[in-house]
Design a protein around this ligand. Structure first.
Ligand code: ZN
Length: 144
């Protein structure tokens, strides 16, 4: 069915995180893949391939937004608060936050560029770092 299943391109890139909890702007890496794809219009799906990290779209200008977001999530889901999974590998809080925020975002592509608002960036949220490699899959679905 024309228009539903255009050409698809998938690329996976990795990022290192340096803190136990961190908000990392990955917009430039995703943007580079969109440009390389040559897609004029379509959708860009960004998914972190881990159960203790998440993807969010949020303000990219003031880095304190990320700090505040991490603190708010800490308040909602305290570390080691009697979580059952802590008996296995002590990172239940990270799994719960990852599930609440979610692993992916979908961003429109128009005129060969990601359609993001003036203050919006694509953020990888680390909840169980630091990790030398967090894998992010970017899938470009081209229109037509
Ligand atoms: Zn775990």
């Amino acid at each position: 069915m024309r228009g539903l299943a255009g050409p698809v391109m998938v690329e996976v890139f990795t990022v290192a995180t340096r803190d136990a909890k961190q908000c990392l702007d990955i917009t430039a890496s995703v943007d580079a893949i969109v440009r390389r794809s040559g897609a004029a219009s379509g959708l860009c799906h960004v998914m972190v391939l881990h159960a203790t990290a998440a993807i969010a779209i949020n303000e990219n200008d003031d880095p304190n937004i990320g700090v505040d977001l991490l603190r708010a999530l800490d308040q909602a889901v305290p570390d080691h608060d009697g979580w059952l999974h802590d008996q296995i590998d002590n990172n239940a809080h990270a799994h719960i936050k990852a599930a609440i925020v979610g692993p992916s975002e979908t961003i429109p592509i128009e005129k060969g560029e990601l359609v993001l608002g003036r203050w919006q960036g694509i953020m990888l949220l680390e909840f169980d770092g630091p990790r030398p490699q967090r894998r992010v899959a970017v899938r470009i679905l081209r229109d037509g």
